[in-house]
Ligand binder design. Structure first.
Ligand code: SAM
Length: 395
């Protein structure tokens, strides 16, 4: 059975019908008219618009093929291979032990998607979208991991009514079992923690380039995983002391990782569950990186209250994770990354993708003030919200 899921309140949609509704209905009639479709193709300007819309729809239809082409290339290690040196069909076929005619289909498809590019002497090299796949193991690991999600979603409607039964739910033990830390096998924790550590680099970069840590003395990272952010932060801001809080099996992995990076002296480890335990005291900044979206509102509210209680007056919470497009942004055009996260988090458990406004509201309810949505360069990786524990005495 699925857990009790939150329903997002989309306040701007609750208003009276507006001139915008009428405009959109008029536009819908235009789009539906076969006569207008034919007419639009006769004029270079309108032809461009219609072609673009058709191409976008085609891409939606073909999305599964696109992702499988990318996965096929990763499984054959093509991106790393061609990053070392471009190669022709024959050379690649020998290296991956695959017949040339079928391999060629894969290579040509990858070229059409910008993953590979043609080079001189009939060779293939990396295209602009292939380069990050060769150089960032975290992206390749996430693409491989998505295989679980896509297997769960084979039947999209069946998935919606039974989302909690698939392999993604089994992958994330804590997302549907409050006692997972004592009940689930330890390799389940290392499996997701390795993936998180591998994929956290871009998020860490967003945080370190968007927030000044100078005013803080001690940072507590809640849901710290293997401590990648904690270590990078300790290097970035050498004056900081860092505390890590996570489930006991995960913190054991973090301890090893921190030791390997030679940073044990800067770190304190606090194993526990924020569902059952209080957070350690002493930090004047608490960070929550890709944690809140794993949990339903009820859990997030309790967690934010615990964070508020653990902070000194004037202390701050910095929350970073992917967030949903706001309604005003959606009027400018759709973003496809939201669809991915909505389905990923549903397959995982009872968490959800929230808009910055929803998160700010939850933080305000937990007692935070001066809540700011920080601008950052790559919101697709994570958006950032900071809130403070007021120094003012309550009236
Ligand atoms: C999606 S991972 C993110 C890890 C890391 N912050 C990152 O961005 O890579 C969420 C983390 O929250 C931890 N977590 C989940 N439930 C928890 C709980 N009840 N108490 C403490 N940590 C928890 C998980 O073990 C995991 O390390």
């Amino acid at each position: 059975m699925n857990p009790k899921l939150d329903v997002a309140r989309l306040s701007a949609l609750q208003g009276e019908s507006s001139w915008r509704d009428s405009f959109l209905q008029w536009l819908e009639r235009l789009y539906a008219s076969p006569k207008l479709y034919s007419l639009s193709l006769t004029n270079p300007l309108t032809r461009w618009v219609t072609r673009r819309r058709t191409q976008k729809l085609f891409d939606l239809m073909a999305g599964f093929v696109h992702t499988q082409v990318m996965l096929g290339c990763i499984r054959l290690n093509l991106f790393k291979m061609l990053h070392q040196a471009p190669a022709d069909l024959k050379q690649i076929a020998q290296r991956v032990n695959m017949p040339e005619p079928v391999l060629q289909r894969l290579l040509l498809s990858a070229v059409s998607l910008g993953l590979l590019e043609y080079r001189s002497l009939s060779r293939f090299g990396l295209g602009p979208l292939g380069v990050p796949l060769a150089t960032h193991d975290g992206i390749a690991a996430m693409i491989e991991h998505n295989h679980l999600l896509y297997a769960d979603m084979q039947d999209p409607l069946g998935f919606l009514s039974n989302a909690w039964q698939g392999s993604m739910a089994a992958y994330w033990p804590y997302a549907h079992d409050a006692q997972a830390a004592t009940r689930a096998a330890h390799d389940k924790f290392s499996r997701y923690s390795d993936l998180m550590a591998a994929s956290q680099g871009f998020v860490v970069q967003e945080i370190l380039s968007s927030y000044y840590f100078d005013e803080h003395q001690c940072v507590l990272d809640v849901g710290a995983g293997k401590g990648r952010f904690a270590c990078d932060l300790a290097v970035h801001a050498p004056h900081l002391q860092v505390q890590l809080f996570d489930l006991p099996p995960v913190l054991a992995l973090a301890k090893n990782n921190v030791e390997q990076r030679g940073m044990s002296e800067r770190m304190n480890f606090h194993p526990g569950s924020f569902l059952h335990d209080e957070l350690p005291l002493g930090a004047d900044l608490i960070t929550l990186v890709r944690v809140a979206h794993d949990h339903p509102d009820e859990v997030v509210k309790q967690l934010l209250q615990k964070i508020h209680a653990a902070l000194p007056l004037g202390g701050a919470l910095l929350l970073a994770e992917p967030m949903a497009q706001t309604l005003s942004e959606s009027f400018k055009g759709p973003t496809q990354s939201d669809a991915y996260f909505h389905f990923y988090l549903l397959a995982m458990g009872a968490g959800r993708l929230r808009t910055p406004e929803e998160i700010m509201q939850l933080m305000a309810e937990a007692g935070f003030t001066q809540i700011e949505h920080l601008p950052n360069a790559m919101p697709i990786h994570a958006q950032l919200i900071v809130g403070r524990k007021s120094k003012c005495l309550p009236l």
